[in-house]
Ligand binder design. Structure first.
Ligand SMILES: [Zn+2]
Ligand SMILES: [Zn+2]
Length: 145
């Protein structure tokens, strides 16, 4: 039997390995952008008709609590999006209207962190930045109205 990365991660963290947990893990691992619980549910439902949205939510909350994934709240929208917690972190541009998420290639804070470390003697462990706005399509649509 092929050993899945999800199985290794789950056993390291003491989580029971289930098929649905492995499906959520693999989907997020192979996705480059943030996904909402609904988006994850729609993709997985086509592979497993027994999965339901509340199961997806429970799996996501478990993964967040174990540090496998990160949760990002989209302001004013009551929506959360999720992504793999990768060592090589990313920032995103997020459209508030269509929820499109575009990764920003470079982290702009590497030199800022370095100078903060020097000036404040803080032991900096990380940072968070997401950029919100309206994508060209949504901007265009609202101008037409
Ligand atoms: Zn948009
Ligand atoms: Zn960064």
């Amino acid at each position: 039997m092929k050993i899945q990365e999800s199985g290794l991660v789950f056993s390291r963290l003491g989580i029971k390995n289930t098929r649905q947990r492995a499906m959520v893990f693999d989907l997020l691992k192979n996705t480059d952008t943030l996904l909402t619980a609904e988006q994850i549910y729609y993709v997985l439902r086509s592979r497993d008709e027994n999965i339901n949205l509340s199961t997806v939510y429970r799996i996501l909350e478990l993964f967040v609590s174990k540090g496998i994934i990160k949760k990002l709240n989209i302001p004013n929208e009551n929506v959360s999006a999720f992504e793999m917690n990768r060592p090589e972190h990313r920032h995103h541009l997020i459209c508030m209207k269509c929820k499109k998420v575009i990764p920003i290639g470079e982290c702009p804070f590497k030199s800022l962190e370095k100078s903060l470390r020097e000036t404040t003697e803080f032991d900096i462990t990380g940072h968070n930045l997401e950029v919100f706005g309206y994508c060209p399509e949504c901007k265009h649509k609202s101008q037409m109205q």
